[in-house]
Design a protein around this ligand. Structure first.
Ligand code: COA
Length: 251
């Protein structure tokens, strides 16, 4: 079952396959998860077969919103400019953790896999070799963090130790050997939604990546996240790929 890639993400599991899987292969993977203590599972499948859908159901996994992989050329079209006076600053590890966790939890209250990050998970991410505080943009309003845009650069010429599903997925974003700039996560405190902060932060994130010479931008977004998808499309992003997602708990 070498084409099944099982990884731990935060406290759960992510299953990805480089080809379609048989019921026996999938059952082996579930057995492995169960033997390691079980937990929440997300299975990303490109164009699942009827057998794969049946496998998911057999093991108690339900269909979730698909995961869209969106792309754009960098820099963004020059019509997408930052509003006058909009500023960000780099994330300060150890200083900003609690404020960021609070904004992240509020912004992603409807998306527990992102909204329930703990300080331990954040510290792990901040220690990743790819982490660049300059590319983790923080916006403040009256001295309080109200939004953020965390970018990540993927250099395909280097080997990565894939820390999470995003890393794993992004290495399948082929532009030859060209490095790709990802908006890893962007969020705005709900009390400040609809004021243009999300647009400004996304523009700022892609501008940061473009300033580092990257010509390809990308991100992943849940297919039911209308606000985010509308924003990204308005910036010229298009859907390059979609994976079906099955989720559940293995115990
Ligand atoms: C997506 C998000 C960052 C947008 O932030 P925001 O500050 O509210 O957005 P803006 O005010 O800058 O709006 C930018 C555009 O987004 C779109 N948009 C925002 N809210 C929308 C909504 N409720 N429905 C549809 N489109 C919406 C519009 O295209 C809007 O442009 P317009 O104002 O010219 O119509 C914010 O909703 C958020 O933090 N969501 C939770 C976290 C999240 O889902 N992040 C993205 C994960 S990939």
């Amino acid at each position: 079952m070498s084409h099944i890639h099982l990884s731990r993400v935060n406290r759960g599991w992510v299953i990805r396959c480089h080809d379609h899987v048989t019921p026996a292969e999938f059952a082996d993977t579930i057995t492995t998860i169960r033997a390691a203590g079980g937990g929440n599972v997300r299975w990303f499948v490109c164009e699942p077969t009827n057998d794969e859908r049946a496998c998911a159901a057999h093991h108690g996994l339900q269909a979730d919103a698909p995961l869209l992989h969106m792309r754009c050329a960098l820099p963004l079209n020059t019509t997408h400019q930052l509003p006058a006076g909009f500023v960000t600053r780099p994330f300060r590890a150890g200083v900003d953790n609690q404020a960021w966790l609070a904004v992240n939890a509020r912004a992603f209250a409807a998306h527990p896999e992102q909204g329930n990050w703990t300080n331990d998970v954040l510290i792990e991410r901040l220690a990743e070799p790819w982490f660049d505080p300059q590319g983790f943009l923080i916006h403040e309003t009256d001295g309080h963090m109200t939004g953020f845009c965390w970018t990540q650069m993927h250099d395909h010429s280097a080997e990565h130790d894939h820390a999470d599903a995003h890393d794993d997925l992004a290495t399948h974003d082929h532009h030859g050997s060209a490095p790709v700039g990802e908006i890893y996560v962007v969020g705005v405190d709900p009390s400040h939604h609809g004021k243009g902060l999300g647009r400004a932060l996304t523009i700022a994130g892609f501008a940061y990546l473009a300033a580092r010479g990257l010509q390809h931008g990308m991100l992943y977004v849940a297919g039911n996240n209308t606000a985010a998808i509308t924003l990204y499309e308005s910036l010229g992003m298009t859907v390059a790929h979609s994976d079906d997602v099955f989720i559940g708990t293995i115990s």
